[in-house]
Design a protein around this ligand. Sequence first.
Ligand code: GCU
Length: 518
Amino acid sequence: MRIAVVAALVATSITITAPQVEALENGLARTPPMGFNNWNTTGCRAEFNEAMVKGIADIFVNKGLKDVGYQYVNLDDCWAKTTRDSNGNLVPDPVRFPNGIKALADYVHSKGLKIGIYTSAGTKTCNTAGFPGALGHEQQDANLFASWGIDYLKYDNCNNQGVDAVQRYTKMRDALKNTGRPIVYSICEWGRSEPKVWTWGPDTGNLWRTTGDISDNWTSMIGKAKANRVLAQYAKPGAWNDPDMLEVGNGGMTATEYRTHFSLWAIMAAPLLIGSDLRKVNDDTFTILKNTDVIAVDQDPLGKQGTVISNSNGLVVYSKVLANGDRAVALSNENTSTATISTSASAIGIGGSSSYTLKDLWSKQTRTTTGSISASVPAHGTVMYRVSRSGNVNRIEAENATISQGVVESNHAGFSGTGFVNGTNAVGPYVEWTINATQAGTVTLTFGYANGTTANRPVDLTVNGTLVRDELAFNGTGAWTNYSSVTTTVTLVAGENKIRVTATTANGAANLDYLDIT
Ligand code: GCU
């Protein structure tokens, strides 16, 4: 029997609760910032100067980087003189920036790009030369940056005098806001102090460093990925985990490792700030940095950071929910010999279709699968696919059904679609799916769910108002991130059918993920 699946309207029945906290709300960085920062290639060396910054802006335009989304040309430490002027203002180093920062900003803006600057939430920046920091000068420095036309501030953590991080970073947030100029705010606190920056970062900045500095080698890069990949729940449009800037092109890793670096940053929705001197890099570097399929994963408008679906001794599967219902998957080999890495469409959260299209985002080849996703992955390599449903889809996500009482959430990875329904913990809340059957007959219903408790969370199942299963069991799955399914058969009438599951105990229903009808 053929079934046409129709998602029910939900708009009126979902309650969304938001915490009442002061927020950044600057409307910026709806997708992770893309651009350049000189630090990973020059550090404080003299070649960090006006000619370099202008040269990078030129290359952004001439080599098509601007066209694929790179926008911010950012200055790191060492741009200033070691002393403020008689009015207490920061002064650009006259040797590096003989025309000042305002002229440089005008140049960058004339190319249709934006410009970023750097200082520290301390008395001095990090460099031992002793450049002045903004602690105690927040508003004055923010005003100066705004007057120059600055669009982005990286705010470091050195020489902070032990002052509370939330206080220091909030003060600059408010100072930037007071300028009235839209300035992306990058918190560079390294994930060090308590409470952890990812808990207050989303209300304070547009991005926050989750780790210490990256270096141009495999061990450092993969270490940053490991630390950052467990923090997916904190990222959202306007607020991103930042595992530090890219090393692609700097020469310390192989092309395979750099592709892994870029793939993982993209699937983690990390900022893509190029850290190599584009005036000197080879064509391989541009090929990696301009991979528009991988960039599209990073810049997906849904703004969900990908999560680790499985990790078998360094053979790691990541999955990222995308706005159009596709999933990006990365099969990443952290080990030193080639290995086959396997997962499945349902394991990465895109089950319910008879076939799938896999587009390899590096080789650009496309193939079809009924569900298995597997590849031979070289040492330190990553195979990345965009997975789309291409067959008959017989699934309705719970988040697209009618929800009487509860919320759609996505904090427990492993769900299908864009989230799951966390129904109110009570007797009576229900989720109801509406499906159209072209003819009457028996179908199999498969309910995807998770129940992180040890107690059964039974539901009553009704079809068109008639009780067909009394207290259908939804047993514990071991964790809220372990998804399982309950299957039962029911008879449908031709035309519209209402399939409803209603919680029967005070614990409410399990977290409901989807309904498949076969
Ligand atoms: C936890 C869990 C939720 C779940 C709830 C419950 O809060 O994070 O996802 O819905 O327990 O017991 O229902």
